[in-house]
Design a protein around this ligand. Structure first.
Ligand SMILES: Cc1cc2nc3c(=O)[nH]c(=O)nc-3n(C[C@H](O)[C@H](O)[C@H](O)COP(=O)(O)OP(=O)(O)OC[C@H]3O[C@@H](n4cnc5c(N)ncnc54)[C@H](O)[C@@H]3O)c2cc1C
Length: 369
């Protein structure tokens, strides 16, 4: 079996500019009008703090007039400016859908008028307005990808530095499935310094039954995450993203009897990895049948229910000590629709993907000793 070849590097300036424009878009007046019913307009004085790093209280803000500054906090309490949002731009990151503390402080840098949308109202907006959802979620994921460039987290620096100058053939993490759960997991993992591979599968979300258009009929379906555009961009930006990205490859086999684990791709390549996040979603059944999980490739290796959904945590066989999202196999995690008992929902999948990466860190830290 061939080992995985290194992903190509190099970022043409044009694609960087396009990525920046999508990560920090300026909403047209019509878009702001669509968001307005979900929030409340507020006026703030220059210097007013909207939310603080380390806190969990945060909302989504669209700048109607004025400017807000995003500041990163140093360990010693000092802050430095990352960027300024101006008229039509919006604050926020994927953290708004997770229980992670704010990574930044945001304050008004001038007297400003803002549209404040609470977390709960933002979730509603995302689920009911497909066009805005596309713009906002695309921006949030790209911001996460870009964060690697700005400043990786402390733990990430340590992990990467330990291998400085040498390419470790064994991955820290293989993320299988490029839907919302897998994309969020790989964006967080890569930005936190884990040597990560994302194997995307087909370029659609939630495999629909034959004849069903997965992007129609459900007002909240997120086209930006489901049409593959973001996955393609992540592939283009592989070196910046920090993860190798294989958008159209699927995983055909898994060997959990050895460690590092072995994962086989459909083109015959084999990868070795210290941990795995399974995010392969589910497929609609034939008429009248319940949807089943995309887990045939696991060949019965993990404990699942009768429809293939992966049991995690205490529900996983023999795993009284299992961590959240951890399957019956230590170091193999399941998130999103493929996980037994999960909420089959785009935002829930994003939150699970992000949350599982924390648990992966704990597993890798424990297994390193
Ligand atoms: C028709 C339809 C419409 C929906 N509409 C909505 C909606 O409007 N709002 C909402 O919130 N939720 C909606 N959902 C549910 C939503 O799509 C799922 O909750 C969400 O997509 C789950 O995300 P996920 O990342 O867990 O899985 P998925 O989005 O299913 O992504 C799984 C990914 O894994 C890939 N994959 C599968 N097998 C392999 C393999 N062997 N190797 C590598 N990759 C693999 C797939 O190709 C896919 O890209 C809808 C679902 C369907 C089927």
């Amino acid at each position: 079996m061939n080992r995985l070849a290194a992903a190509p590097s190099g970022n043409p300036p044009a694609s960087l500019a396009a990525m920046h424009a999508q990560a920090f878009p300026m909403l047209a007046r019509a878009m702001i009008d669509r968001a307005a019913p979900h929030g409340a307009e507020i006026s703030v004085a220059a210097g007013s703090v909207l939310f603080t790093c380390g806190d969990r209280e945060a909302a989504f803000y669209i700048v109607l007039e004025g400017s807000v500054e995003v500041l990163e906090c140093e360990a010693d309490g000092a802050m430095h400016s990352l960027l300024v949002h101006r008229d039509g731009e919006f604050t926020g990151s994927l953290d708004l859908f997770t229980d992670r503390p704010n990574a930044v402080t945001v304050r008004a840098s001038a007297a400003s008028r803002l549209l404040r949308v609470s977390r709960a109202a933002l979730e509603q907006l995302i689920l009911t307005d497909r066009v805005l959802a596309d713009i906002v979620l695309r921006a949030f994921i790209l911001r996460r990808i870009g964060y690697l460039r700005q400043r990786p987290f402390g733990g990430a620096i340590l992990r990467s530095a330990s291998r400085a100058g040498q390419e470790d053939p064994v991955l820290d993490l293989a993320v299988i499935g490029g839907g919302p759960a897998g994309l969020a997991a790989s964006a967080y993992a890569a930005s936190e310094g884990l040597h990560t591979l994302l194997v995307g599968g087909s370029l659609t979300c939630g495999d629909a039954a034959p004849g069903v258009d997965a992007l129609s009929g459900f007002p909240g379906t997120i086209t930006g995450l489901c049409d593959g555009g973001l996955l393609r961009r992540a592939e283009d930006q592989s070196s910046r993203f920090g993860a190798h990205v294989l958008p159209v490859r699927t995983v055909s086999g898994f060997d959990g009897a050895c460690y590092p684990y072995r994962v086989w791709l459909d083109d015959g390549r084999m990868i070795e990895t210290r941990s795995v996040i399974v995010a392969t979603g589910m497929q609609e059944g034939e008429a009248g049948q319940a949807p089943s999980a995309n887990t045939a490739w696991l060949d019965g290796f993990l404990d699942t229910d009768e429809l293939g959904y992966i049991h995690t945590g205490r529900a996983a066989a023999g795993s009284m000590q299992a961590r959240a999202y951890e399957s019956s196999q230590p170091g193999v995690f399941a998130v999103g629709a493929v996980r037994a008992g999960s909420v089959k929902h785009v935002l829930a999948s994003i939150a699970e993907g992000a949350a599982a990466v924390r648990v992966v860190h704990r597993f890798l830290d424990a297994s390193a000793h």
